[in-house]
Design a protein around this ligand. Structure first.
Ligand code: ARG
Length: 590
């Protein structure tokens, strides 16, 4: 279905043409003065030079051609040469009825579906998830859903950090604590125990402990690096122990992501490409891209136009261990073979900007990707506390993701209990759904690249640009529809009965609804979920305004009432589809 702005522009372009002017001047835009008009066209101003005429004369000529337009109720030429536009009620009503008839409410699927791999989540085995992983998960999940909705084939990969130095740190500490464990006996040839020698809680305690100690104790750090090397070079006991670490962590990670409604198609990790690394490195040496510098194997990625320092991309450290970049490059190689992607999208904190520039340039230069393959790094800003500094616990430590989710949940539960009587069970279930919406909307409504302030009080508020406000609006619509049914109405039978708007607030609501396809398509093209947030916030405001101005269920004119019910059902469906694209849902009651 065409976008409403395009349809209006076509009508205007035709008028320019009929009046003897260039069609292209007829492009219509949203109004700068909503108090005066709904849309406007500035083409007469732009054409003044070309036609050596006062803009107002051109505008008058064009307006005259629109006197009996079915699109414009009013097309008024105003000094110095603007065209102020108001749409006809029939045109708006017809457009909305058209949306109802379409499966995706006017959004057109792409005719060129792309193969896309999205790399998001990026949790590290044995290290607790922190708020940085939250942003990756929330934004990545939404982008995945949006791209799929438009018709692209998307594979989401969690890309576990399971192959680097943290693994060595954990294993070394296990060795310090329990040197008798069979995994460390390199002469052992039997089977290893099926049960892990630690719990998830122990694992989580070990990593921060070992990480801290390695910063203070050189020998300890060297031992940990030796463990990493043993793991990477395939020493049996270390591999077996590592398998346990992965298994225990992944169960826990899946639980946390499930609770956030974040799902991955692939649970690959940095380790998944370990066997590809030697061959890839050899190839890069053979074709002359990789060379030894200060003992390390590197690829130059500088370009002439660079204005800032661009260090080379490191493939092998001087001790022969592979680096973060090596695993990312080998992963690109694997994805190119397995998924044949048109685009690879990565979500990380903006502090990895330079790193991804190096990796992308290296992948291009060494021919790991095709010239036309798109590599996209979507970098997000930091989630700050109210003090404007990176979010911390009250004690000043790194906030664990689970604790943060728990805080939002508890706050929501409190608010729900204050607002009405419910069973404990229902209150908890509602707090779960609404809390997740509060958290996700609080994040997604900001442009991803910007830092934002995590403010539980604001995020969980039912007023303002928040998740709970959106959900309250949806629940309000659902409850009106439920009452209509309780009173004997049949929503299904009036489903397509959308009529021309009868009052201004209804028209405003319809005009907001009509922007759905343009907003979703913009969100898809720009990988920008905040576009959808902005859309539903405007839609919620328009709906609530209409709701306060209109006695829907008390309306006596059955046909009018049917039209409103149909409009409400469409509004609900658009809302629910949009929040699903953002990665959350609405409860039946709040
Ligand atoms: N594990 C990394 C971290 O916690 C993020 C991984 C991002 N993805 C990637 N392909 N490098 O910082």
């Amino acid at each position: 279905m065409k976008k409403i702005l395009d349809l209006i522009s076509e009508e205007m372009m035709q008028a320019f043409e009929q009046a003897g002017y260039d069609r292209a001047l007829g492009r219509v835009t949203l109004s700068n003065r909503p108090d005066l008009c709904e849309y406007q066209c500035n083409g007469a101003m732009a054409g003044a030079k070309q036609y050596k005429k006062a803009p107002i004369m051109i505008a008058n000529d064009v307006a005259a051609k629109l006197s009996d337009s079915e699109v414009f109720e009013k097309a008024e030429a105003v000094a110095p040469g603007f065209l102020n536009l108001v749409l006809t009620d029939t045109f708006v009503g017809d457009y909305i009825r058209g949306m109802r008839a379409e499966e995706k409410y006017g959004v057109e699927e792409t005719t060129k579906p792309q193969e896309i791999v999205i790399d998001y989540g990026g949790p590290n085995i044995a290290k607790p998830l922190h708020v940085g992983h939250l942003r990756s998960a929330i934004i990545g999940e939404s982008i995945k859903r949006i791209e799929r909705y438009i018709g692209h084939h998307v594979t989401g990969d969690v890309h576990l950090g399971d192959w680097g130095q943290p693994m060595g740190l954990v294993m070394n500490e296990l060795k310090v604590r329990s040197p008798q464990l069979v995994y460390f006996d390199e002469s052992y040839t039997g089977e290893y125990p099926a049960e892990p020698p630690f719990t998830v809680a122990e694992l989580e305690e070990i990593y921060p402990f070992a990480s801290k100690r390695s910063k203070e104790d050189e020998q300890y750090k060297a031992d940990a690096m030796a463990c990493t090397y043993k793991l990477q070079s395939g020493v049996r006991g270390y591999r077996a122990l590592w398998q346990h670490i992965i298994a225990v962590s992944v169960v826990d990670l899946r639980r946390i992501y499930d609770n956030m409604d974040v799902t991955f198609d692939l649970w690959n990790g940095e380790s998944s490409v370990r066997d590809l690394i030697p061959g890839m490195v050899e190839e890069m040496k053979a074709n002359g891209h990789a060379y030894i510098s200060d003992g390390a194997l590197v690829v130059d990625v500088k370009e002439e136009t660079d204005t800032k320092e661009m260090p080379p991309c490191m493939l092998l450290k001087s001790d022969g261990a592979s680096s973060y970049a090596t695993t990312d490059l080998a992963t690109i190689k694997m994805r190119m073979e397995q998924n044949k992607p048109d685009a690879l999208i990565y979500l990380t904190d903006k502090r990895q900007e330079l790193y991804f520039q190096q990796v992308f340039r290296c992948a291009r230069k060494t021919g790991l990707i095709k010239p036309e393959t798109k590599l996209v790094h979507i970098q997000f800003g930091t989630m700050n506390g109210k003090d404007g500094k990176p979010f911390k616990t009250r004690e000043g430590g790194v906030m664990r993701l689970e604790n943060l989710i728990q805080e939002i949940h508890d706050e929501m539960l409190c608010k729900i209990r204050e607002s009405r009587e419910t069973s404990d069970e229902e209150a908890a279930a509602t707090a779960q759904v609404v809390g997740l919406a509060a958290l996700k909307y609080g994040d997604l409504s900001n442009q991803a690249s910007k830092d934002y302030i995590f403010d539980i009080e604001r995020f969980t508020s039912s007023e303002g640009d928040t998740g709970p406000y959106i959900l309250y609006t949806i629940v309000r619509i659902k409850s009106i529809l439920a009452k209509y049914t309780e009173n004997g109405g049949d929503i299904q039978s009036v489903f397509s009965d959308i009529k021309a708007p009868v009052n201004d607030s209804e028209k405003q609501l319809m005009m907001e609804l009509a922007k759905y396809n343009a907003s979703v398509e913009a969100a898809c093209d720009e990988y920008a979920p905040h576009r959808i947030c902005a859309y539903i916030y405007d839609l919620a405001n328009a709906f609530n305004h209409f709701y306060h101005e209109t006695k829907i269920l008390a309306e006596e004119d059955a046909s009018k009432k049917a039209g409103w019910i149909a409009l409400l059902a469409l509004t609900r469906d658009v809302f629910e589809t949009a929040i699903d694209l953002l990665g959350f849902s609405a409860p039946e009651r709040m």
